[in-house]
Design a protein around this ligand. Structure first.
Ligand SMILES: NC(=O)c1ccc[n+]([C@@H]2O[C@H](COP(=O)([O-])OP(=O)(O)OC[C@H]3O[C@@H](n4cnc5c(N)ncnc54)[C@H](OP(=O)(O)O)[C@@H]3O)[C@@H](O)[C@H]2O)c1
Length: 258
């Protein structure tokens, strides 16, 4: 793979499995040094060890993004070990399922604490470092938020998740408006359904099977389907892209699709 991110240093949140671990591996293959972060330490250690065994540079760190005060110190640790932070991938997310009539305050808060508050304070901590370490000035700084088709399409039974991902889309635009002039490209990916722990149980249910059959291509996507757009948003091509939400969803969010 072309080393378009050689010399860059990335932090990926929620990288203990699923899409986050995939993004961490992809960043390393494109030449970036990667801080692999999440709450489950053994799992981020395994992802980081795999990257290192393949010749990359990686560091495993425990980080709960719902703990806003823990974010900046973790990013500082990553920067100290790997070099000036230039890419943040705001990937950590929780599903937040529950019909609106049943949703508790605790469930709502948990979804927003991770999916919205975590995204905002991670972006704030990263941006402060990118302005201070020169990567923003060089035009190399990137924030890539992992939104969802739920940012613009109702996923039934997921009101808190939908609202949280709509929040991520608007945060992406708001932060891009503030920071693009100063050299940070803030953008988001809105993936359709990909089989990971966040939704695995659902596809085994009757409702899940029915939903799958309604998708234009009658299948789930693969994490690899995101690779080209993801790499673009992290790399030099994103220099003139600001506040964009790129939907990659196999047509799942087209009217009548889901
Ligand atoms: N899979 C899909 O179909 C799909 C589609 C669109 C968007 N997305 C988005 O993609 C992102 C990744 O999801 P996924 O599908 O890969 O799900 P996943 O396999 O369940 O992974 C979620 C990741 O988030 C981490 N996480 C959860 N709470 C956290 C917290 N408080 N602090 C730090 N990390 C936390 C988990 O790590 P720990 O538990 O170790 O902390 C895990 O690594 C999410 O933002 C999700 O909304 C997924």
């Amino acid at each position: 793979m072309e080393q378009i991110l050689k010399g860059q240093v990335a932090v990926v949140t929620g990288a203990s499995g699923g899409l986050g671990a995939h993004f961490a591996r992809l960043l390393a293959k494109a030449g970036a040094a990667v801080a692999v972060t999440a709450r489950r330490v053994e799992m981020v250690e395994a992802v980081a060890a795999e990257i290192v065994s393949e010749g990359g540079r990686a560091l495993a760190l425990r980080l709960d993004v719902a703990d806003a005060a823990a974010i900046a110190p973790a990013f500082a640790q990553a920067q100290e070990a790997l070099g000036p932070l230039s890419i943040l991938v705001n990937n950590a997310g929780v599903g937040g399922e529950g019909l609106a009539l049943d949703l508790t305050v605790e469930e709502w808060d948990r979804t927003f604490d991770v999916n919205v508050r975590g995204v905002f304070f991670a972006a704030q901590a990263a941006a402060r470092m990118m302005f201070a370490n020169g990567t923003a000035e060089k035009g190399e700084a990137r924030v890539v938020n992992i939104a969802s088709i739920a940012s613009h399409t109702v996923l039934p039974g997921l009101s808190a998740y939908n609202a949280s991902k709509a929040g991520v889309a608007m945060l992406t635009k708001s932060l891009a408006r503030e920071w693009s002039r100063r050299g940070i490209a803030v953008n988001a990916l809105a993936p359709g359904y990909i089989l990971t722990d966040i939704n695995a149980g659902w596809w085994e249910t009757e409702g899940g099977q029915k939903q799958l059959k309604g998708f234009p291509r009658r299948r789930l996507m693969d994490a690899e389907d995101l690779d080209a757009a993801f790499t673009m948003l992290c790399g030099p091509a994103a220099k003139a892209i600001a506040g964009t939400l790129i939907t990659i969803d196999d047509g799942q969010s087209l009217p009548g699709g889901g």
